[in-house]
Design a protein around this ligand. Structure first.
Ligand code: BES
Ligand code: MG
Ligand code: ZN
Length: 480
């Protein structure tokens, strides 16, 4: 837990220094020692100055800094200072707010929060560490500063919620528990949460979600989160997240290596829930509905099997060729629900959907596809603010052949190639012409070998801040 204050702690401090010929002076170095620290990007220099332990963090050249690099330096500095067993320190962000104004707060607060976060796990003894961090900002008065800290912290908290859910083992996070936990955490933030149980899913005709979810005794749920921040707007932003709490592959069973990673296939669900939490906390003037189909994909005598045909909520029939392609099935029904019942006007779906996207883009960028280039450009703007990388894959019409079935309207997998595109084309069948963006976060949702300093082993919180900033930039302020 980190407590944020905006009053000065002198015993230990982080200071940021831009790269330049005089950077060494900030660190009180003599000219002959200037090679020790010149404010180079990501360079850390620790020293004692006026009885205060100071960690100087090099920010590099101003024009080269972006949100991702920014958070990385902050995280590195926070890890350095806490590695000396210091649990109270201040961060002087005056050099940053001078250049970036209030925008610097998100990167600083998120950099510290995410850089110091560790999953506590399930241990006999509590491993929790507590820190107190104060922010020093000469360019904003203390009220403004407190407001910016609170706002930034809501977004960081949303990302940490996302990480926690991803890191929780599958037997501690069944669809039912996931639904309860979301209700408990999001309701106080101002989100209206409702949960559909199997009987209701059956009434709605959600044959695709039920086909997957019935493979387990831990039955499926549809978790619907609604935030109404602007009653005067007719726009409703729909965020749909894949919530497979356990993915064994079902009858198309994964091999032993694949079975080591049964948890974490609800990274998309965790991202949409974390985002709507932050949106509601910050009372954005926008309407958002997040929908999570939550299910376990297991092997039992109730499981669907390859060769079966299931009927989705929108009436389309689907031939199952591979039960490990379960994500698109449950998303299909959740998307139909979002469009027809929650009446969303815009759609983003987020899913740890295909191994193929990891092959294409690795763990640095998520894949995305769209039916509306303008909406995707808007999203790219949000992703830039969030400091996240996305890369578009094409939906060329020749690929459409891949999903044609001889016995049903669609089949649930294509051929051996272009797996991410096949999955996206499948989902497009359900969006009913709403502006739609699909995010495949299979490679970015969690990490074993972090490629960013603000990441650590496990869930990254990926997609949560981009979804937050997408809502932020789509706020409408209608005069009454
Ligand atoms: N959840 C997996 C995708 C995945 C793979 C996520 C690796 C993270 C890391 C998904 O349910 C799956 O198994 N997809 C199959 C689809 C295939 C059978 C068409 C895949 O990608 O192999
Ligand atoms: Mg699967
Ligand atoms: Zn899966």
């Amino acid at each position: 837990m980190i407590t944020w204050k905006n009053e000065i702690f002198l015993p230990a401090q982080i200071k940021f220094v831009w790269e330049g010929d005089t950077a060494y002076q900030a660190a009180d170095l003599r000219e002959e020692n200037k090679h020790l620290f010149g404010g180079e990007f990501s360079k850390i220099f620790s020293t004692v100055k006026d009885n205060c332990f100071v960690v100087f963090a090099g920010m590099g050249k101003e024009e080269k800094l972006d949100g991702r690099k920014f958070k990385n330096v902050v995280a590195k500095a926070a890890r350095t200072i806490t590695s000396y067993n210091i649990d109270e320190f201040s961060v002087d962000i005056s050099a940053l707010t001078k250049t970036f104004d209030d925008k610097a707060y998100f990167d600083v607060v998120a950099g510290v929060e995410l850089g110091l976060y560790r999953y506590q796990g399930i241990h006999q003894t509590n491993q929790q560490k507590d820190y107190t961090v104060s922010v020093v900002d000469e360019n904003n008065n203390s009220e403004k500063s407190a407001e910016y800290i609170a706002k930034a912290k809501s977004i960081a908290d949303g990302m940490i919620l996302t990480r926690e859910w991803i890191n929780t083992p599958g037997n501690y996070l069944t669809p039912e528990i996931f639904a309860q936990d979301i209700t408990e955490k999001l309701t106080p933030a101002g989100v209206e949460v409702s949960v559909l149980c199997p009987d209701q899913l059956k009434e709605k005709g959600m044959g695709a979600l039920l086909a997957v979810g019935n493979s387990s005794d831990n039955k499926p749920r549809l978790i619907v989160m609604k935030y109404t921040g602007n009653k005067h707007s007719d726009k409703v932003y729909g965020y749909v997240g894949k919530g497979v709490t356990v993915d064994t592959g079902g009858y198309s069973l994964k091999n032993s290596a694949g079975l080591m990673y049964t948890k974490g296939d609800m990274g998309g669900a965790a991202a949409v829930a974390g985002a709507i939490y932050a949106i509601a906390k910050n009372k954005l003037s926008v309407n958002v509905v997040a929908v999570i189909p939550a299910a376990e994909n297991r092997l039992s005598n109730q499981s669907h099997i390859p060769g079966d045909v299931v009927t989705s909520m929108n009436g389309k029939t689907i031939e199952i060729l591979n039960t490990d392609a379960e994500g698109r099935l449950i998303l299909a029904d959740a998307i139909t629900y979002a469009v027809r019942e929650a009446k969303v006007t815009h759609l983003v779906d987020v899913a740890t959907l295909t191994g193929a996207v990891v092959g294409a883009l690795g763990t640095v960028a998520a894949g995305c596809t769209t039916n509306d280039e303008d909406y995707l450009n808007d999203f790219y703007g949000a992703a830039k603010e969030a400091g996240e990388r996305y890369w578009q894959l094409p939906l060329f019409e020749e690929y459409e052949e891949m999903l044609k079935s001889k016995v049903a309207d669609l089949k649930n997998m294509g051929g051996p190639n272009a797996g991410t595109i096949a999955a996206a084309l499948f989902l497009r069948e359900f969006v009913e012409d709403k502006p739609w963006i699909h995010l495949d976060i299979a490679g970015t949702s969690q990490t074993e070998a972090p490629s960013n300093d603000y990441h650590c082993f496990g869930g990254t919180g990926f997609a949560t801040p981009s979804l937050y900033f997408l809502a932020e930039r789509n706020q409408e302020f209608i005069e009454q």
